[in-house]
Design a binder for this molecule. Structure first.
Ligand code: SAM
Length: 193
């Protein structure tokens, strides 16, 4: 399991470097850029720099969540987590799995995809410790490995602007949503990227 506790401030721009409109760069450039994005998040799983606790321990998840919901007190209600009992919820870019755990506890049928093996294994470990069920796939938001109309809710927090072809991810979200389904997506403001 890969974790890092130091702030990635000095290297954070690597996750966005050379980013431009997808149609202005070649397919090769896009795949090189995506490999850099993947390598960045593999080495620095999201938010892991906010804790000194050992990765994969109960204290690690507890301290991440304490920090997260202090900084984002309205996140759970904005995502509508409490209304997802029995719903099919896909999370794109699960990171260290804070909302993942809450969706599962609320009774959602929950799969997640993330570009990195680090996020998948860290979230899997969280579910194992909590005795929860979920499915986790290392996969790409630009090519979601799900059939059309599979989900009632697609949730993605701070993810889709990282990938070279963000417009394509939005089409994918639309494709996998069932009629009447809902997407809850948080993107960074351009001036922050
Ligand atoms: C800023 S973190 C956000 C993680 C989590 N949603 C959170 O709020 O803590 C970005 C996450 O997006 C994932 N990611 C980046 N590009 C992706 C892609 N094309 N497909 C799936 N996941 C991607 C990264 O691996 C990383 O875990």
């Amino acid at each position: 399991m890969t974790c890092q506790s130091e702030s990635p401030a000095g290297v954070r721009e690597n996750a966005y470097a050379a980013r431009g409109p997808a149609d202005s760069i070649s397919v090769l450039q896009q795949s090189q850029l995506k490999a850099r994005v993947q390598s960045f998040w593999q080495n620095v799983p999201c938010d892991s720099w906010f804790t000194n606790e050992k990765c994969g321990t109960p204290a690690f998840y507890r301290s991440l969540d304490e920090h997260r919901y202090k900084v984002h007190p309205r996140l759970e209600s904005a995502a509508g987590i409490e209304k997802t009992k029995g719903k099919r919820v896909l999370e794109i870019g699960c990171g260290c799995g804070s909302e993942a755990e809450r969706f599962a506890r609320a009774g959602a049928h929950y799969p997640a995809v993330d570009l990195t093996n680090a996020a998948v294994s860290i979230t899997q470990r969280r579910f194992q410790l909590a005795g929860l069920e979920g499915r986790f796939t290392q996969g790409d938001a630009e090519n979601l490995p799900f059939a059309d109309g599979s989900f009632d809710l697609v949730y993605s927090h701070g993810v889709l602007h990282h990938t070279p072809d963000t417009a394509r991810t939005i089409r994918e979200v639309h494709r996998v949503l069932a009629p009447g389904g809902r997407a809850v997506i948080m993107l960074y403001l351009p001036k922050l990227v």
